[in-house]
Design a protein around this ligand. Structure first.
Ligand SMILES: C[S@@+](CC[C@H](N)C(=O)[O-])C[C@H]1O[C@@H](n2cnc3c(N)ncnc32)[C@H](O)[C@@H]1O
Ligand SMILES: Nc1nc2[nH]cc(C(=O)O)c2c(=O)[nH]1
Ligand code: SF4
Ligand SMILES: [Mg+2]
Length: 216
């Protein structure tokens, strides 16, 4: 094997082991959505997603090879530069990777660990809060259902209410249920979501509040 091929394959092995991960961006902001809306949080956005949502608001994340690969130590050292100790791992689809080593290190350093996931890949990692946002474009892996603390379904058309109920029937009974209008359809679907939640109070409304605040 040539030296460059050797380097590439050892890099792939480190990514497969979850010791190194492709990072699209990492930023300190306010969690805009779901249970922790309003909390300051450090977001780690992993590159790579094979789900293909037509309305995805971070399509540039999809191709993993575009993004630099960092060691979990480098990733955590960056996070430690900010005062908050809540981390949100997102993407792309973060469960494409083994998140065991990164979450172990984050917890050793005192972070609370949250994840945003479509659940389309096997569950991994040690998380304090799992936000599961299932997609019609690729079925969830069965391992997600027992881990989900929050089910957050994006409403892009009318059939998404029935899709939301299908998944609500499969999560554990303590899982919090939220409906979030797709950003380009906020005006179209917010009134229907409001009526839905008023009539079925096991559900709650989630809005992408960071977009209203015009922050990352
Ligand atoms: C960009 S995704 C990344 C994490 C993971 N791939 C997932 O889909 O859960 C983060 C969150 O944003 C939601 N989301 C993505 N695009 C959206 C849009 N256009 N409008 C509303 N929510 C959106 C997703 O459903 C998910 O809950
Ligand atoms: N402020 C802010 N809150 C978020 N909650 C989930 C996000 C995501 O893209 O995963 C996100 C995001 O991109 N920004
Ligand atoms: S699963 Fe998440 S990152 Fe992937 S396309 Fe859908 S919304 Fe975008
Ligand atoms: Mg986002």
């Amino acid at each position: 094997m040539k030296t460059q091929e050797l380097i590439a394959s050892s890099k792939q092995a480190l990514v497969a082991a979850g010791q190194q991960l492709p990072i699209m961006e990492a930023f300190y902001t306010i969690q805009g959505e779901g249970r922790f809306t309003g909390y300051p949080a450090y977001f780690i956005r992993l590159g790579g997603c094979d789900v293909g949502c037509v309305w995805c608001d971070v399509k540039e994340s999809w191709e993993a090879a575009k993004w630099p690969v960092l060691s979990i130590e480098q990733i955590v050292d960056e996070a430690l530069k900010f005062p908050g100790r809540l981390v949100v791992i997102t993407g792309g689809e973060p469960l494409m990777y083994d998140l065991g080593p990164l979450t172990k290190l984050l917890k050793e350093k005192g972070f609370t660990t949250n994840i945003e996931t479509s659940g389309a890949h096997p569950f991994s990692g040690d998380f304090d809060w799992v936000c599961f946002s299932p997609k019609k474009f690729k079925n969830p892996h069965p391992s997600i259902y027992k881990h989900a603390d929050e089910l957050k379904v994006v409403v892009f058309n009318k059939s998404d209410f029935a899709f939301a109920e299908e998944h609500a029937a499969q999560v554990n009974p303590l899982c919090e249920l939220r409906l979030q209008p797709e950003w380009s359809k906020v005006a179209r679907f917010t009134p229907e979501i409001v009526e839905y939640v008023k009539n079925r109070p096991n559900w709650k409304v989630s809005l992408q509040t960071h977009k209203f605040m015009d922050i990352p």
